[in-house]
Design a protein around this ligand. Structure first.
Ligand code: FES
Ligand SMILES: [Fe+2]
Length: 360
């Protein structure tokens, strides 16, 4: 599928760089030791200043290309010292010292990235720094991460050896739940259940409402309900192209006194490269979830998807995306909308078209 000249073919879809992506969990970044990540094919080094601010620089020294996160390098007074010849760079990427002396060349600097720390995550903008607009970061209150009535905590990181579009579409596709995750999070009624589509720009959701529905054990545990049946509203939202929200509002019908509950599974998706995606997944819940196996369950569930997605990626690579099978059906309409929105974003970034043009 080519949209506005942008390649959205399966297994090789392009992504916008003028976008916020999660690059790390907040707790992973400190002032003692740098960490290395990748976003949109760019190596990034992250660290924290003594004042607690997170900084991100291109992770290659402009002198001879040494990775700045190397063990021989160091954080020195909020600057990064390269571990090869000791040249130091400030948080803005400018060189502040050459131990061997001489004038500092203008080009001896590294790209520094806009970063925002919000709730449990560090967001990074790999594109044009002048265009970085924090209002484009998904609303963390709506995600449940800053809502004081909900509990949230850092979750799990999963790497998928596939183009980002596959995990994004997988996470917001309810119709596979009945089959791929049968018995784990569905008793067989989601795929055939009617849904409605809600579209607001790059936020594309499908909503399903169930009445007096039996629940399998894993879902019961993650919802913290005591009964066997619930009334449930299931909303799967793609924030094209960098996040998926699986939202469940429910009432335990076996316990008329029980308060309505809410469970958010939020998964940020970061294209490390064209065929490598990192998922940062966490829960926000209306109750304090102390179930000790909650993240093991989540990993087990998401790995069922990862195995399939990686197999499909291999198939696409083998056949060539143009020859790979992909015929969409009605229930794929939300994902097709996402693709168009993402393609428009990429095209707008390249100035192929002046602005986004997506029908609501
Ligand atoms: S490669 Fe970094 S100081 Fe020489
Ligand atoms: Fe799944």
């Amino acid at each position: 599928m080519i949209v506005n000249g942008v390649n959205m073919l399966p297994g090789q879809a392009e992504y916008p760089k003028n976008q916020w992506y999660v690059i790390a969990w907040s707790h992973e970044v400190n002032s003692e030791k740098t960490i290395a990540r990748e976003v949109c094919d760019e190596p990034v080094v992250l660290y924290r200043t003594e004042a607690g601010e997170v900084k991100a620089l291109f992770n290659r020294c402009p002198h001879r290309g040494m990775p700045l996160h190397s063990d021989t390098g160091r954080i020195v007074n909020d600057t990064l010292m390269c571990g090869y010849h000791g040249i130091r760079f400030g948080a803005d990427g400018r060189c502040v010292e050459i131990p061997s002396g001489g004038v500092i060349p203008n080009k001896l600097c590294v790209k520094s990235y806009p970063v925002v720390e919000l709730s449990h995550w560090i967001w990074i903008w790999p594109g044009d720094p002048q265009s970085a607009d924090t209002s484009l970061i998904p609303d963390h209150f709506e995600l449940g991460l800053t809502d004081p009535s909900l509990f949230s905590e850092p979750g799990i990181t999963l790497e998928v050896k596939a183009n980002y579009l596959m995990p994004l579409e997988n996470l917001v596709d309810a119709t596979h739940i009945t089959f791929l995750h049968h018995g784990l999070i569905d008793t067989g009624n989601v795929a055939t259940h009617p849904y409605r589509l809600e579209v607001a720009g790059g936020r594309i959701a499908t909503v399903r409402e169930f009445t007096n529905e039996p629940l399998p054990p894993m879902l019961k545990a993650s919802m913290g309900i005591k009964g066997e049946r619930v009334d449930r509203k299931l909303t799967l939202t793609a924030y094209a192209n960098h996040l998926a929200q699986i939202s469940q509002e429910f009432i335990d019908v076996d316990d008329p006194e029980a308060a309505p509950g809410r469970l958010e599974l939020v998964v940020a998706l970061t294209p490390a490269g064209p065929k490598r995606t990192v998922q940062y997944a966490l829960f926000a819940t209306s109750f304090e979830n102390k179930h000790p196996g909650r993240f093991d369950d989540l990993r087990r569930l998401l790995m069922e998807d990862v195995v399939v997605i990686e197999e499909i990626q291999i198939l696409f690579d083998t056949l060539g995306a143009e020859n790979a099978p992909e015929v969409s059906v009605k229930s794929d309409e939300a994902n097709i909308r996402s693709r168009r929105f993402i393609a428009d974003s990429v095209a707008a970034e390249r100035s192929l078209i002046p602005s986004r043009s997506v029908e609501a």
